[in-house]
Ligand binder design. Structure first.
Ligand SMILES: *Cc1c(COP(=O)(O)O)cnc(C)c1O
Length: 402
């Protein structure tokens, strides 16, 4: 799929992920400094006044900005091709702030149905409480997006590939529909990873991440980030962010900066292992359906090739025999751990129908294509042979019982 992008300064992405945005202190430290402070001091009262007025550069309070957090924001801007960013305490803080700062009572939002569970809560339960009307559509149906538009539609919100069914939505076409409608698109880009898909290039206005996932990549901390144009950040996000306090801890920003240094190494390995495991598992007895956007039998494979740089690090496996068989498969694994998290160095498997999506009614799960036999695998950094053997262990457990 296409080549790795270069940032504006002409360096390749891997270089920017190591050096981009570094602010060295007077001590000349090699690794990024951890500024674990809440406030800042000023030489004079006049200096404080000037900084508060925005007439002199510098930091005033870590809820607004902090040097370690700024380094992360700048580095993320380079990989995303964004002009500005704000880092948040979690992925959900990013989604919440990104949507709330764009919307007010009387506005309308259109979202695709296949959203991360907590995102669905914001769209379906929270926004309507504040007078924002929302319409949920089948994200793969372009007519449905078009039909949902009203004069007061301000925001389209979606994620692709979707969780957990790995359906690929047509970002460029959806962005075109939004532009015609005078609305803006916000994309939750977690499942593609920042290296696999660049929504801003396809017409999106705002991109959000749960940095908890591949950006940390080692299961250590929560984090989120919102990226967009300088104008969006200055006129809509900045004050909302400053005064409502979703800010990221400098410690977490430091952990995530170190995560970014190894992001290409980790994600490339996870993607190549995922592609290989998908290949080996497809068509095996007991596997009803193997879902991987990088495989030609994926329903939106051509679209995935166009808008993604690779097939991604996630696999869906639909096991024959429903929940009982899926549990037997997961329980037989020794390397891959049962966990609802994803993006970790450790390979993780989850049964969405009884965990991440148990809140939904069976009908709602049916609409999303989440069957009782579906398992979602987040591929980690273990030896690919060990992972393949582990999945075969799962398949053997199915045979044992039939
Ligand atoms: C995990 C996740 C979130 C929420 O992120 P947190 O860091 O857990 O708050 C949002 N969207 C997607 C797609 C996710 O996978």
């Amino acid at each position: 799929m296409n080549d790795a992008p270069h940032s504006d300064d002409g360096f390749a992405l891997a270089t920017d992920l190591v050096h981009g945005g570094t602010l060295r202190s007077q001590f000349g430290e090699t690794s990024e400094a951890l500024f674990l402070n809440s406030g800042f001091v000023y030489d004079t009262a006049e200096a404080a006044e000037a900084r508060f007025k925005g007439e002199a550069p510098g930091y005033v309070y870590s809820r607004y900005a902090n040097p370690t957090v700024s380094m992360l924001e700048e580095r993320m801007c380079r990989i995303e091709g964004a002009e500005a960013a704000r880092a948040t305490a979690s992925g959900m803080a990013a989604v919440h702030a990104a949507l709330m700062c764009q919307l007010r009572a009387g506005d309308h939002l259109v979202a695709s149905r296949a959203l991360f569970g907590s995102c669905l809560y914001i769209v379906e339960d929270l926004l309507p409480r504040f007078g924002v009307a929302t319409t949920i559509v089948d994200g793969s149906d372009l007519e449905a997006w078009r039909d949902a538009v009203r004069p007061e539609t301000k925001v389209f919100f979606l994620e692709t590939p979707t969780n957990p069914t790995l359906e690929v939505l047509d970002l460029k076409s959806i962005c075109d529909i939004a532009r015609e409608a005078g609305a803006r698109v916000t994309v939750d880009n977690v499942f593609a990873t920042p290296l696999g898909q660049r929504p801003l290039e396809l017409g999106a206005s705002v991109v959000v991440y749960s940095a908890t996932k591949h950006i940390d990549g080692q299961g250590r901390c929560l984090g989120g980030i919102i990226l967009g144009s300088e104008e969006f950040v200055t006129t809509e996000l900045k004050d909302f962010y400053r005064h409502t306090g979703p800010s990221m801890s400098p410690f977490n920003a430091w952990v995530l900066l170190k995560g970014l240094e190894t992001l290409p190494l980790r994600v490339e390995r996870q993607v190549s292992t995922a592609a290989r495991l998908a290949e080996r598992l497809a068509g095996q007895p007991g596997v009803r359906r193997l879902v991987y956007p990088g495989r030609p039998d994926h329903p939106q494979h051509e679209l995935a090739k166009r808008q993604m740089r690779n097939g991604g690090p996630m696999i869906g496996i639909e096991i024959e025999g429903g929940k009982e068989a899926a549990f037997r498969f997961a329980n037989a694994l020794r390397v891959i751990k049962i966990s609802n998290n994803l993006g970790d160095a450790k390979s993780l498997i989850t049964h969405p129908a009884t965990t991440t999506h148990q809140r939904l009614t069976p009908e709602a799960r049916g609409q999303l294509g989440i069957g009782d036999g579906l398992l979602r695998v987040s591929v980690g950094l273990e030896d690919p042979d060990d992972l393949e053997r582990d999945l075969r262990r799962g398949l053997m457990a199915l045979k044992g019982a039939s």
